[in-house]
Design a protein around this ligand. Structure first.
Ligand SMILES: Cc1cc2nc3c(=O)[nH]c(=O)nc-3n(C[C@H](O)[C@H](O)[C@H](O)COP(=O)(O)OP(=O)(O)OC[C@H]3O[C@@H](n4cnc5c(N)ncnc54)[C@H](O)[C@@H]3O)c2cc1C
Ligand code: FES
Length: 247
């Protein structure tokens, strides 16, 4: 566990902020940290920058993290977990909701490696859209919203026809049913990596709370090759008590 100081707070969208820290943590795209606030609790957060995270305020810990100001302190265990594999010369990135956060960091690194990067983003509505311009620094970006208030109307998979072509790798992060739809739409034509989210207590492979078809999401993932995943992908998760529940 190490201590960090917030050096910048950047509002991205209503309820979504990026926190940049005083220290570069040497994280790789796809890795996460267990971020801990004294008296509140700890939660896993993906790195959206090598020195930063992007948080959506939904409950006690994420709200407390989102309320931090410049100079405030927090602690982190990490970077943890398996990162994305960056290979080939062209990449298709598909993100939805706050799953867009780790894809920003991935797009930056793919771009540094000289890869051709195209990103598809899906949100519920215009107010939820973030990182569209940030991601456009690294390649072409296409947006879909469910209500049509920004970009194409529909789910992110409706953008596939706009980017038909060949890619060496595809990467996805976002709501799990969206990622399962991305896998089905690609139909195995491109090697696909998915970044999963499960309830995590320890983040280090010790407690078993993130177990999924024999895999530990915190240690074996959170990034997996789509072909590695079993029947729970897109259908089931464990709740805070460890009980298997539908997604
Ligand atoms: C590997 C990994 C990476 C993650 N990366 C990020 C990240 O980059 N940014 C980020 O904001 N969060 C991220 N999360 C989610 C984060 O760890 C917490 O689950 C989330 O912030 C909610 O925690 P909480 O204590 O605020 O609320 P909780 O009390 O845990 O949840 C409050 C309520 O919100 C619901 N909820 C939980 N998450 C979401 C959500 N994303 N959208 C809508 N409702 C939700 C819960 O079901 C519950 O009903 C990641 C999780 C994992 C496992
Ligand atoms: S969170 Fe404890 S084993 Fe994964």
């Amino acid at each position: 566990m190490r201590d960090l100081v917030v050096r910048a707070v950047v509002p991205e969208a209503p309820g979504v902020v990026t926190l940049r820290f005083d220290e570069d943590l040497g994280a790789l795209p796809g890795q996460f940290g267990m971020f801990w606030l004294a008296g509140v609790g700890q939660r896993p957060m993906s790195f959206s920058f090598s020195d930063g995270i992007t948080v959506k305020a939904v409950g006690p810990v994420s709200q407390a993290l989102s309320s931090l100001g410049v100079g405030d302190r927090l602690s982190v265990d990490g970077p943890l977990g398996r990162p994305f594999s960056i290979e080939g010369s062209s990449a298709l990135l598909v993100g939805g909701g706050f799953g867009v956060a780790p894809l920003r960091f991935l797009a930056e690194r793919c771009n540094e490696e000289g890869m051709d990067v195209r990103t598809l983003l899906g949100f519920r509505c215009k107010d939820d859209v973030f990182f569209e311009h940030e991601l456009a620094r690294f390649g072409d970006v296409y947006v879909a919203t469910e209500d049509g208030s920004c970009g194409e109307r529909g789910l992110v998979t409706c953008l596939f026809s706009a980017v038909s072509g060949t890619y060496d790798r595809a990467y996805t992060c976002g709501p799990e049913r969206m990622m399962a739809a991305v896998r089905d739409a690609l139909g195995g034509a491109i090697p696909l990596q998915v970044s999963l989210e499960r309830y995590m207590k320890c983040g280090r492979g010790l407690c078993g709370s993130c177990e999924m078809d024999g895999l530990l999401v915190c240690k074996d993932g959170p990034v997996f090759d789509a072909a590695q995943l079993g029947p729970s992908f897109g259908t089931a998760k464990r709740d805070k008590t460890g009980r298997r529940v539908p997604l």
